[in-house]
Design a binder for this molecule. Structure first.
Ligand SMILES: [Zn+2]
Length: 264
């Protein structure tokens, strides 16, 4: 097996691409409160995808990270300046076509999702690609899926997401602007969220409270998310939504619903 050395797809001239596993970070461009950048979800998904590519390569399988899908389905964040959304239908088509083209040369396509609003599109696209005989799965990188490690987790632009961004790119986090938003559990506010979007529930765009965030907590969450996603890819099975999930008792954590608890 020839590894061409470059972990990012775009760095390989075509004769060096080979037949790698292709990891695609799927993010969003949406408000993340007064203190985080709009590309937070893509930053986090890209960091997890980079780490997963490392693990594949260490394990003897060539893997590359493709350019991130930087705009997703973020309709729930409408009303905040800066939010861009292409909607579920268009995102689905984008992912299907991306998968078809990668499927001509890739061994497997792994979509690494950083935004809960993308789940419907991911599910439809992955099931379509699987139906066409293409090896495709998606995995979440969601702090809620590793809530068992004892680090506080909240829904959107709160302590957990802020901590991860402090671990990854602290200079882009505005600590002087931390303010709490809507702190009730996501399960309680879901009907309101569906009816009026994040703007109607939390005018500052925060579902949670960034106070107390730290790079140390973020690093712990990040490493747990990476370990959990890797365990899913190694040991998991594909569920009815095209998401690779762990059977109870395997790996480091189990989440039957990768979107439960947060919307990222
Ligand atoms: Zn987010």
């Amino acid at each position: 097996m020839t590894f061409q050395g470059f972990p990012h797809l775009v760095d390989r001239p075509w004769p060096d691409v080979g037949h790698p596993v292709v990891l695609v970070p799927v993010g969003s461009t949406e408000q993340h409160g007064p203190h985080l950048p709009l590309d937070t979800d893509a930053i986090i998904a890209s960091a997890v995808a980079d780490a997963l590519a490392d693990r594949y390569r260490t394990d003897g399988t060539d893997a590359v990270v493709a350019p991130a899908v930087a705009v997703g389905a973020s309709g729930e964040h409408r009303g905040f300046p800066g939010t861009l959304s292409i909607g579920t239908e268009t995102l689905t088509m984008l992912l299907v076509e991306l998968g078809r083209s990668a499927g001509e040369w890739a061994e497997r396509l792994v979509l690494v999702n950083g935004h809960g609003g993308n789940v419907e599109a991911l599910s439809t696209a992955v099931l379509t690609l699987i139906g066409e005989g293409r090896s495709t799965v998606w995995v979440p990188c969601d702090p809620a899926s590793v809530a068992g490690i004892g680090v506080p987790v909240d829904a959107h632009a709160g302590r957990s997401e802020t901590s991860i961004m402090q671990a990854l790119c602290a200079s882009r986090v505005r600590a002087d602007r931390f303010e709490a938003g809507e702190t009730r559990p996501i399960g309680l506010i879901l009907p309101e969220l569906r009816a009026s979007g994040v703007r109607g529930v939390a005018p500052n765009g925060v579902l949670g409270d960034p106070h107390g965030a730290s790079a140390a907590e973020g690093e712990a969450l990040l490493q747990a998310m990476i370990a959990e996603a890797w365990a899913r890819l190694r040991f998991g099975r594909v569920d009815a939504r095209g998401c690779v999930v762990l059977e109870v008792g395997r790996g480091v954590a189990v989440s039957s619903d990768p979107t439960a608890g947060t919307i990222s």
